[in-house]
Design a protein around this ligand. Structure first.
Ligand code: COA
Length: 385
């Protein structure tokens, strides 16, 4: 395997994008990534998308997107792993370059979720849970994460205020992100007074329904300076793992085994210890998810990540900044695009171009992206060159 670098990144404004179709969102992000590295061609395309068919009626998006990008005839592949589709698309692109099969590969993620109403979006998302044991019986993702939150509160004494601290922090970070869907600061009162979605999770504990896309360009590290225009960012480690689909089949609701295993593999490949990681982008689809993920990744002891948010340890100016982009909570969560956008944020941070949300002295960043309640997870570790 050869070393791989990210040489171009493209992010677009996320939110309710009525004026743009699914393919428009992809093309806008892909052109931004190509422009960022000054290239007009790639050798292959991977695109992560969870459910374009149910959200918009459009399947077969690999070939369609290559064509609309002006690059028909490319090997173009759609990758699906629920909300981890984007992270997995990035991993497939990494593997293709690393293996020597291709020189320049575009990895993108896209989802257009607002063309259906809220109830329909909830149904489409629920197809990523276990149909026979979970969705058929009426449980939704807010409901599943509410079960996790209740279990965590019971076992570790997590308070409602500590859960809220995750949302307040991520909205504060997102207020510096021009691409975020909800770039506004919120306070404790806003969270505690927001409508109940699934007890104990309120509206402000949930990631929103979002239209969006993101894209990155990868090439061999040894050609990164010749092919790109900006400082390359090296992919140090990549890990993927899975777990039981149904929550009730797990020994422990609050520990995402797939995340722990994916992280173990990524750190083994990277050959570094956790102390070297300066900041993280993690999958905060609900406030409780950020807490459980940080513990599953091994950055906090069990039961401690909630108080870490309240004490400012995971804030931009804290000891270990988490979700400087605003995370899924503030930036938005167009499910298939999220994992790629995490990589975009890592690259902006590691190049030192994140503006007001810059993590000072950031050299190594970690991205964790997961599907459903963690039935699939992908972890990547990147280093600025
Ligand atoms: N965070 C902050 N504000 C939000 C928000 C969110 N997650 N979701 C909606 N809003 C805002 C809207 O902009 C709107 O504000 P306005 O009245 O000023 O225009 C208001 O809150 C109500 O929005 P609406 O779209 O009517 O909300 P909803 O009740 O239809 O949906 C949720 C809210 C939480 C149910 C929905 O966003 C959701 O299902 N989120 C979870 C998505 C999910 O499960 N993803 C997969 C994770 S595994």
């Amino acid at each position: 395997m050869r070393d791989v670098a990210v040489i171009g990144v493209g992010m677009i404004k996320w939110g309710e994008r009525w004026e743009s179709s699914l393919r428009d969102l992809f093309v806008e992000a892909a052109l931004a990534a190509l422009d960022d590295c000054g290239l007009d061609r790639v050798d292959a395309l991977y695109v992560g998308s969870m459910s374009p068919g149910l959200f918009t009626g459009q399947e077969h998006i690999g070939a369609l997107f290559a064509d609309y990008l002006g690059l028909a005839h490319l090997p173009a592949t759609r990758v699906e792993s629920a909300c981890a589709s984007g992270g997995l698309a990035f991993r497939q692109a990494f593997l293709e370059v690393s293996s020597g099969l291709s020189e320049i590969v575009l990895a993108a993620g896209v989802e257009k979720m607002t063309d259906v109403d809220g109830a329909e979006a909830t149904y489409v998302l629920s197809t990523a849970a276990d149909q026979e044991y979970e969705s058929f019986h009426g449980i939704t993702f807010p409901g599943l994460y509410a079960l996790i939150a209740r279990d965590y509160m019971h076992r570790y004494g997590l308070t409602r205020e500590q859960l809220a601290a995750v949302a307040i922090k991520n909205h504060a970070h997102g207020s510096h992100n021009p691409f975020a869907q909800f770039p506004r600061k919120i306070d404790l009162e806003t969270v505690l007074n927001s409508p109940m979605v699934a007890d104990p999770l309120r509206l402000m504990d949930c990631s929103p329904i979002t239209d969006g896309a993101a894209a990155v360009v990868l090439c061999p590290l040894e050609r990164a300076r010749e092919l790109g225009k900006k400082k390359p960012v090296k992919v140090l480690g990549s890990g993927q793992a899975s777990d039981t689909m149904a929550l009730h089949h797990r020994e422990d609701f609050c520990y995402f085994r797939s995340t722990a295993e994916a992280a173990k593999r990524a750190f083994e490949m990277a050959k570094i210890e956790r102390e070297r990681v300066d900041f993280l982008e993690v999958h905060d689809c609900f406030t409780i998810a950020e807490i459980c993920v940080l513990e599953s990744l091994g950055f906090f002891e069990r039961g401690k990540a909630g108080s870490a948010a309240q004490e400012g340890i995971t804030a931009l100016d804290g000891k270990l900044p988490v979700n400087p982009s605003g995370g899924l909570k503030s930036k938005g969560h167009p499910v298939g695009a999220t994992g790629v956008a995490q990589i975009v944020e890592l690259v902006h941070q590691l190049r030192g171009e994140a503006g007001e949300r810059q993590v000072k002295g950031a050299k190594v960043g970690l991205a964790q992206n997961m599907g459903g309640t963690g039935a699939s997870s992908v972890v990547h570790i990147l280093e600025g060159c």
